[in-house]
Design a protein around this ligand. Structure first.
Ligand SMILES: Cc1cc2nc3c(=O)[nH]c(=O)nc-3n(C[C@H](O)[C@H](O)[C@H](O)COP(=O)(O)OP(=O)(O)OC[C@H]3O[C@@H](n4cnc5c(N)ncnc54)[C@H](O)[C@@H]3O)c2cc1C
Length: 457
């Protein structure tokens, strides 16, 4: 990383045209991370402070801004979902998640993007995408709105340390120290680290007194089966399924939806949605087990009845009306059931059990480099939800995936970023304005950072 930072429009910010390493930088509100949550927080901070002297700076360590937004939804960016509730998320308490989501409903997301020139369309699944089918339009709109609200975006400028003192915060960055009265931490999680979200933000939060839930696990991640497992031989097959996670006699979680058999195991929405629950359950109980129902709405008794009623037709010809023949033939082989002709009772029962609940001896996951989200983070219990402000470090606000909240596939993670970014940005600006109004006669070191001589770099 060089001494030269890039503005979001690609122009280099050198010491000659803007403050750099030599002079130090200062602002009133420093947003760390220019992802979905950070750009939203900066926009709403700027809007909330409109007409008031409040400088907002956004810094990001990445050379390319918004990499995660650009790859989201297969490059189309699934901006949100038509119906979002706390039940679509895991991590912190549902009541806390509901409270934050309630501050920025879906209608507000749709209205925000419409006003920013991005019309959203609804797909059959309830997912909302830009009508352009291009994530670029979403990123461009976010950058435009943040700048229009007065935010200055600097990158690459990774924050390596964040310290609090009586007058505010000092961020240590590659372009020198930055002083700020308030800070909004929007550094994301650990998923897709090459995008810039490599978990470094957790250390910043910890240094300021926060805890990070343990373990931090990949979420929305494909699962790996043993090298010799027969499901791997079905790579490319996609079908509707139901996955169940059990511990002893208890069913801990279930997901349903499309599953994709891959050359290393399983992927697709039902599997991705299950992954964080499976990994978390396994961490706490090594006896936790996962199984897949190849006919999602059918019990073992139903499958057995189906096979009995089709006696004489043979297993393959009766099951291929409901399942891909390739899968049926493999299931027969694994169950030791003849694919054609009479089906002995024991073989029939083994086959029915396999169709209704194939055990999945998962040996791993594809990791953070492939995961779409992170399970774990700063617990919402450590945050005042009306302002997304830290309870342990006043003046620090947090938003997005750095928090212990992860959603299922469908636009839910972005909706969390929008809602928490909105609350954090508005509150940071509102409190900054209130403080400056109330501190007209305050001592010099309590004045906003923009009015304080920046520290020597
Ligand atoms: C492949 C993929 C596809 C996805 N598709 C969707 C989808 O279609 N719909 C959906 O809802 N969700 C999707 N997600 C999830 C969604 O992208 C994230 O939940 C969301 O981007 C989180 O927003 P954020 O702003 O909290 O974090 P991020 O978007 O991760 O942004 C964090 C930013 O902080 C910067 N940063 C990190 N540390 C520092 C530091 N120390 N100093 C300075 N800057 C730093 C990073 O460079 C990054 O730009 C997808 C994720 C992936 C990986």
């Amino acid at each position: 990383m060089g001494d030269t930072a890039r503005r979001s429009d690609g122009g280099a910010v050198t010491p000659a045209e803007g403050p750099g390493r030599e002079t130090g930088l200062a602002c009133d509100i420093l947003v760390i991370g220019a992802g979905a949550a950070g750009l939203f927080a900066a926009t709403w901070a700027g809007r909330a402070a409109a007409g008031r002297p409040c400088s907002i700076m956004v810094v990001d360590g990445a050379r390319t801004l918004g990499a995660k937004i650009l790859v989201a939804g297969g490059g189309r960016c699934n901006v949100t979902h038509v119906a979002v509730s706390e039940a679509d998320f895991a991590g912190s308490s549902p009541a806390a998640i509901r409270k934050v989501l309630g501050r920025f409903p879906i209608a507000d997301t749709i209205a925000f993007f419409a006003a920013a020139g991005v019309e959203l369309k609804r797909e059959e699944t309830g997912k909302l995408f830009p009508v352009t089918d291009s994530a670029r339009t979403v990123l461009d709109a976010l950058l435009r709105e943040a700048r229009a609200a007065g935010a200055r975006i600097m990158h690459p400028a990774r924050v390596t340390a964040l310290a609090r003192d009586d007058a505010g915060f000092t961020a240590t960055t590659a372009i020198g120290p930055i002083r700020a009265r308030r800070a909004i931490l929007c550094t994301g999680g650990k998923s897709l680290p090459k995008s810039g979200s490599d978990g470094g933000g957790y250390a910043l939060a910890e240094a300021l007194g926060h805890s990070i839930t343990q373990p931090l696990l990949p979420a929305l991640v494909p699962l790996v089966l043993p090298a010799e497992h027969w499901i791997r031989s079905l790579a490319g097959l996609t079908l509707p399924t139901r996955l169940s996670l059990r511990a002893g006699a208890r069913r801990l979680h279930a997901t349903r939806g499309s599953t994709l058999c891959t050359h290393v195991g399983l992927s697709g929405p039902a599997v991705l949605d299950m992954s964080r629950h499976w990994l978390m359950a396994l961490h706490h109980d090594p006896a936790a087990r996962l199984e897949i129902a190849w006919l999602p709405d059918t019990s073992v008794e139903d499958v057995d009845r189906l096979l009995v009623s089709a006696q004489g037709r043979g297993a393959v010809s009766s099951l291929r009306e409901h399942l891909p023949e390739r899968l049926v033939r493999t299931l027969c082989e694994v169950a030791g059931a003849p694919p054609a002709g009479d089906l002995p009772r024991d073989a029939r029962r083994r086959l029915a059990a396999l169709v209704a609940a194939t055990p999945l001896p998962v040996v791993g996951d594809r990791g953070f480099t492939v995961a779409e989200a992170t399970a774990g983070g700063v617990p919402l219990a450590e945050v005042r939800l009306d302002a997304m402000e830290s309870r342990v470090c006043p003046g620090l606000h947090l938003a997005g995936e750095v928090l212990d909240v992860d959603g299922r596939i469908g636009g839910f993670n972005f909706q969390w970023a929008w809602a928490s970014g909105f609350v954090a940005g508005r509150a940071a600006a509102g409190q900054f304005v209130a403080e400056t109004d109330g501190n007209q006669a305050a001592p010099a070191d309590a004045r906003p950072a923009s009015a304080v001589a920046p520290p020597a770099g």
